[in-house]
Design a binder for this molecule. Structure first.
Ligand code: 13P
Ligand code: SF4
Length: 334
């Protein structure tokens, strides 16, 4: 017989007390997971929380790079990722080491600097082609990549981070759409990567046109991981929590939501009386949906699925995260 979810939630709360644990959830998590979380937010808010929170255990309900960042920022805490297979495919699209020598042996390979780098290359390749240009990595990357770059960014602060750098030429990895958004909104020459989020990149301009026809009074909010032609049609481009703030502050009552459907829960809950329409019902990140109440309970009970980063990588990766947090006002303590 299945245990009712209220019993599971109660058991989680009991164990949370016992272990002095805090549950952190991304805005895309399942509704019942968001409901048991102490903090829910976008990547920037969750990094800030992980760097400042007082507890012994962090249960990170999200995907692996987020739990890794929490462990990088708070090495004295035990960080649990309830579903160890919850990964971000975009983070797997870039690596720190140098595989170009391998590709050189293939016919047709061109060894020359490019404006948009294919996924087969690495941070080291791109740095070699553009000596001196700083590298900005989206937090949707592995700890090794964070350790190999100069500074991190999230969807909420990419423009501030890029603008803060004194250099004219800046390498921005791995999301080509986020990089394009930074190029359009700064005066920098951005060298980008061929990475993308499959949930956002599948959206076409015609999807926005269809949603606007169906909801002519609604404002359209888009995540910067969407393609440039989709962002062109948006009333506001921002992170997931940025959408919450924008819709709450707006005089408008109706919105089309251009991001993963998990955000719809918070949007509705925190804005009673306002109406939100998903841009497309299939904007679902399967990895974000892997975490369940059962997996949270299991990891907390057994203290399994611990995420820990090797110390030499951690120290370098933390430098990139700290630089980002300094720009947005909340550096980690250690
Ligand atoms: P936010 O930082 O805007 O919440 O986005 C995270 C993410 O994974 C988007 O796909
Ligand atoms: Fe990665 Fe996209 Fe899922 Fe975010 S929504 S975790 S970027 S695959």
């Amino acid at each position: 017989m299945n245990t009712p979810s209220s019993d599971i939630a109660e058991e989680i709360l009991r164990l949370k007390e016992q272990r002095n644990a805090v549950i952190i959830a991304h805005n895309y998590q399942r509704e019942e997971v968001q409901d048991i979380a102490d903090f829910t937010g976008d990547s920037l808010e969750l990094s800030r929380t992980a760097s400042t929170i007082e507890c012994d255990v962090i249960v990170f309900c999200g995907v692996d790079f987020m739990a890794e960042s929490a462990s990088i920022l708070s090495p004295d805490k035990t960080v649990l990722l309830p579903e160890i297979g919850a990964t971000c495919p975009m983070a797997a699209m870039i690596r720190a080491d140098s595989p170009r020598d391998f590709w050189k042996s293939f016919p047709g390979y061109e060894d020359k600097p490019s404006l948009v780098y294919p996924k087969e290359y690495s941070i080291n390749d791109i740095k070699r082609d553009h000596p001196g240009a700083p590298v900005v990595a989206y937090v949707n990357t592995t700890a090794e990549v964070k350790a190999a770059v100069d500074i991190c960014c999230t969807s909420a602060n990419v423009i501030d981070v890029v603008s803060s750098l004194p250099d004219k030429k800046i390498i921005c990895v791995p999301d080509k759409n986020l990089s394009d958004w930074a190029r359009k909104n700064t005066d920098k020459e951005i060298i980008s990567w061929d990475g993308f989020c499959h949930v956002h990149d599948r959206i076409q301009a015609r999807d926005v046109e269809a949603a606007r026809r169906e909801h002519p009074d609604a404002l359209f909010m888009a995540h910067p991981e969407c393609r440039p032609e989709v962002l062109e049609l948006a009333d506001h481009v921002t992170s997931t929590s940025g959408m919450l703030r924008y819709s709450t502050a707006s005089d408008h009552n109706e919105f089309i939501v251009g991001t993963e459907v998990g955000l719809m829960y918070r949007l509705g809950k925190e804005n009673p009386g306002k109406t939100f329409h998903a841009l497309r019902g299939d904007m679902i990140c399967p990895n974000m949906k892997k975490t369940t109440l059962e997996s949270v309970l299991h990891s907390l009970k057994e203290m399994v699925n611990v995420v820990k980063v090797e110390e030499d990588i951690r120290i370098q990766a933390k430098h990139s995260l700290d630089r980002m947090l300094e720009i947005t006002g909340s550096p980690a303590k250690k």
